[in-house]
Design a protein around this ligand. Structure first.
Ligand SMILES: [Zn+2]
Length: 294
C-alpha cells in the first residue's frame, strides 16, 4: 500500500532531480529515507503548485465571436468564425442547466496545428490530433524574443535564433521554439490581422528559420503570437507558407495566437498543449498552459 503524502511544508520546495534523490538514498536507511524523501516527483510537483513555487501561466486568448480568424484569398474556402449558440439557460428549454453549441473551425483562436494540417505532413500515420502520442503534448519551451525589432512584415531570422542561443544555450531537441513578437497585444483589433488590399500583414518566420528549427534543432514545434505560424505575406513567397511546410513536413507542430509570452522565462517553462481528440483532426483550439518555476 502506498503511504499517504505528507502535508505540504510551509516553505517553497525546490524540485529535485532523480539523480539527487538517488544520491541521497545511498546515505540513509529505508526508514530514514522515507522520512527525508517522503514525496514522489508528482507529489513534489503538486506541492510546488499549491505553494506557488511553480506557477501556471495561461498562454490562451479567450474564444469569442470577435476572435480573429485567418483570412484566405478566393477561391480558397474559409473556416467558420467562432460562435456560441445557446441551447438553454435556466429557462423553458432547460430549467436547471445552461449549455451551448459551439461553431468554429479547427484553426480558431489560440490553437494547435497538427502535421496532418499540411500537404507535406499528410503521410504521417501519427499526424492527426487523435493519433499524436500524448507524451508529445508536454514539452519544454524556449522563448525567443524579437519584440525589440519586430514590424508588421518582420521575419524572424536564423541570426535571431543564433543570437538567442549565444546567450541562453542551444535549443534542446524536443523543445518548443516560441517566437515572442508582442503581436498578441493587438488581438481583437483590426491591427491584429492588419489586412490591406494585398492581404494580411503580421510577422512570421523566414523560410530558413523553419528549415533550421525543424532539421538542425529538431524542435517539437514553433509557436507564435499572430493568427498563424507563417507571416501575413507568406503565401506570396517563392516557398509559400514555409513554417507550415517544413515544420509539418518534419512531423512537428504549430501553436498560433499565443498570449502572455512576456510572462515566460527564456528557458525553463514546460508547455501543456493537448488539442481536442478529433478523429483525423488537423488541429483544434487549445488551452495552452505553461508551468514556470518561481
Ligand atoms: Zn492553424
Amino acid at each position: 500500500m502506498r503511504a499517504m503524502p505528507r502535508q505540504a511544508p510551509a516553505r517553497c520546495l525546490q524540485l529535485r532531480s532523480h539523480d539527487d534523490l538517488k544520491a541521497d538514498s545511498s546515505k540513509f536507511s529505508t526508514i530514514e529515507l522515507q522520512r527525508r524523501i517522503p514525496m514522489s516527483l508528482l507529489n513534489q510537483l503538486a506541492t510546488a503548485l499549491s505553494t506557488g513555487s511553480v506557477k501556471i501561466i495561461d498562454l490562451t486568448h479567450t474564444l469569442e465571436e470577435r476572435t480573429p480568424i485567418i483570412p484566405l484569398p478566393a477561391p480558397n474556402a474559409q473556416q467558420l468564425p467562432f460562435r456560441l449558440e445557446e441551447i438553454s439557460r435556466f429557462d423553458e428549454r432547460g430549467p436547471d442547466w445552461y449549455w451551448n453549441n459551439i461553431h468554429c473551425g479547427e484553426h480558431t483562436g489560440t490553437h494547435f496545428d497538427a502535421p496532418a494540417h499540411w500537404i507535406s505532413g499528410r503521410h504521417y500515420e501519427d499526424g492527426s490530433t487523435d493519433k499524436i502520442p500524448v507524451k508529445r503534448f508536454i514539452a519544454p519551451a524556449c522563448v525567443i524574443d524579437v519584440s525589440d525589432r519586430v514590424h508588421e512584415d518582420y521575419l524572424t531570422t536564423v541570426e535571431d535564433i543564433e543570437r538567442w542561443e549565444a546567450e541562453h544555450g542551444r535549443i534542446p531537441a524536443g523543445s518548443w521554439a516560441l517566437i515572442r513578437t508582442g503581436w498578441s497585444s493587438r488581438n481583437y483589433s483590426d491591427q491584429f490581422l492588419n489586412v490591406r488590399e494585398d492581404g494580411g500583414h503580421w510577422p512570421g518566420n523566414h523560410p530558413d528559420v523553419a528549415k533550421f528549427l525543424a532539421r538542425e534543432r529538431d524542435v517539437i514545434g514553433v509557436g507564435t503570437e499572430p493568427v498563424g505560424t507563417d507571416s501575413g505575406q507568406a503565401s506570396t513567397f517563392a516557398e509559400p507558407l514555409p513554417c507550415h511546410y517544413y515544420m509539418h513536413g518534419s512531423n512537428k507542430f504549430g501553436l498560433s495566437s499565443l498570449a502572455n509570452l512576456h510572462l515566460l522565462p527564456p528557458t525553463g517553462a514546460l508547455l501543456i498543449t493537448p488539442p481536442l481528440k478529433i478523429k483525423n483532426g488537423s488541429g483544434s483550439p487549445c488551452r495552452v498552459l505553461a508551468l514556470v518555476e518561481c
